[in-house]
Design a protein around this ligand. Structure first.
Ligand code: PLP
Length: 291
């Protein structure tokens, strides 16, 4: 697959297709320099008739705008970013006519004197489809702060999707070194939070439960898609505090995110947990086939 890139000038309100293998950002742009910016990653389905669908496009952009507000960045223009998104998808499709799906990461940096922005295509990792069926083993990792701290410590930018993902990446490597597939962050006072790039959903009887976004996580678009469809499977939904014992005793548990979709958790900290394959398939139908 060949990637595509669109550079966006949020100040001028323009964008242009660019070479994804060439250098474009200055080294002192505050994205590479400080991780000072925000992003979203969206899943795109390419239809045979030449059209495409951006999954959960509205909720993603609403979160992007909320992240900008938290970081005190200029409010991004939805029309501009969505036009740039369409342009990068069309360019990708022209280069990769066989592709049926992809993801796009769009970012807004504090830049230098003015903000910089771009949208970059990322092909889907084939291991995601395998994980949707076979599941993943997770280890819990202490996030280092108590749940609900964000309300009294706004400078931590909890709830914003910032470009500073080095600790999330480190958590993934740490989990892999323990022989696990992914990490699950837990607050210092024992409340389950989220994965480094995903949200936790558990099944308890006839109810799906997910951590309260205010506890110190990113409010996921995929978790909201799952909750919006849950009634179709006769399930109730709720937000609430969960502890490790709740996960170990769950009737099913998943990490959910836009591109990897719903992957069942098969074990936590070396203890096997119940897997609900039927509900996993339904969740992935809701996420992947209902943009
Ligand atoms: N939590 C974090 C920290 C994430 O980075 C992500 C997505 O990348 C999510 C949760 C899941 O969000 P979404 O379902 O909108 O992809």
């Amino acid at each position: 697959m060949q990637n595509s890139l669109v550079l966006i000038d949020p100040t001028a309100g323009t964008f242009a297709v660019a070479d994804p293998t060439a250098a474009h950002l200055r080294v002192d742009d505050l994205a590479p320099h400080r991780g000072d910016g925000i992003f979203e990653t969206v899943l795109i389905t390419l239809h045979p008739d030449g059209t495409h669908a951006v999954h959960a496009q509205g909720p993603h952009f609403a979160r992007f705008r909320n992240s900008a507000e938290i970081l005190e960045l200029p409010v991004p223009d939805e029309t501009l970013f969505h036009a740039a998104l369409d342009a990068v998808v069309e360019d990708f499709r022209a280069k990769n006519p066989e592709a049926t799906a992809l993801s796009v990461r769009y970012s807004l940096s504090r830049g230098l004197d003015t903000p910089s922005a771009w949208a970059l295509t990322i092909p889907l990792d084939p291991k995601y489809a395998e994980q949707q069926v076979n599941g993943i083993r997770v280890v819990t990792l202490d996030k280092g702060y108590d749940a609900y701290l964000g309300e009294s410590a706004p400078w931590l930018l909890i709830g914003a999707k910032t470009l500073s993902y080095a600790t999330n990446q480190a958590a993934g490597r740490y989990a892999a070194a323990q022989g696990a597939d992914d990490a699950l962050f837990v607050s210092h006072d024992g409340i389950l939070l989220e994965g480094p790039t995903s949200n936790l959903v558990i099944r308890r009887g006839e109810e799906l439960v997910t951590p309260d976004p205010k506890a110190g996580i990113l409010h996921g678009t995929t978790q909201r898609t799952v909750f919006a469809h849950a009634a179709e499977a006769g399930l109730l939904t709720s937000y609430g505090d969960l502890r490790l014992e709740d996960l170990k005793n769950a009737d099913g548990a998943w990490l959910v995110s836009s591109v990897r979709a719903a992957v069942p958790i098969t074990a936590v900290d070396g203890t096997d947990i119940a897997v609900d394959s039927e509900l996993t398939a339904r969740m992935n139908d809701w996420i992947l086939t209902n943009p």
